[in-house]
Design a protein around this ligand. Sequence first.
Ligand code: SF4
Ligand code: SF4
Length: 308
Amino acid sequence: MKEAYNRMNALIFDIKRYAVHDGPGIRTAIFFKGCPLECVWCHNPEGIETFSELLHRPGICGRCYTCLNVCPRDALRKADSNTVTIVRELCDGCGLCVEACPCDALQLAGRQVSLRALLDEIERDRIFHDQSCGGVTLTGGEPLLQHEFVIDLLKELRRSSIHSALDTSGYAPEDQFRLAALESDVILYDLKLMNDEQHRQVTGVSNKLIINNLKWAANAGLDLVIRIPLIPGINDSDAEIRNKAEFLADLGNIRSVNILPYHRGGIEKARRLERFSRFHELEVPSEEKLNMALKVFRDHGFETKSGG
Ligand code: SF4
Ligand code: SF4
């Protein structure tokens, strides 16, 4: 399916108001759809594809089949188990079935929004931003996949004196990354694995671009907060944690390191998308491991925090 965004209209899959884990203060977090990575632990699997997608919850589906009758593309079928299956190649994300469902068992991830409409939504939260030294966080997915819209949005936020945070994997062409980074007040930069081959295995892409963009941002003196997902069995070895701490200490100019412990929030959403097999269900990190990781970064001179 074709990408459903352009410079005039973004494709977003959520707006979270009163977010307190995505940058300073109380924030409006905007989730941009589409990501060039596919991390096996992803907690927002509905943010990966670049088009709208339907999620179905069989557990609360009343088997009334109203949705089959309203779908103009014959994209919904009755399965052998009497539940509903989605023929995803036929679905164009029109949302008619979501509106018709009496049980709230269908949900559409992905809606188009213009810059003006998004700014109007943000403006409604301004009082909370002002009272808490908060602002707006652009997250996803990977916001830089929609770089033209994102750069326009960042410029508008700056013009309106609204604090902006760009939450990025750093996996974007240098020129796009730099333009967006220079328009952001703080960059929440994800760092997953230092070893390139292991990074490819668990995210699907090389980390070379990510490391290079991070080095540039640190050299440019931009405000950087490093966000490290702590994923048992994948990047929680003592050697990997120390390797990251030494790399970041050598970069200089890094304000703080936030450790984001793995949680299983993405698993249920992957099931609703019928994409469960692409993700791994992992153990949640122990308190001991989390504290050890935080201590390593503190010992290297960073402010640390668990979460956001
Ligand atoms: S309309 Fe909703 S409750 Fe009825 S079959 Fe479809 S998904 Fe299930
Ligand atoms: S979103 Fe539209 S096209 Fe897709 S299944 Fe629902 S009604 Fe059919």
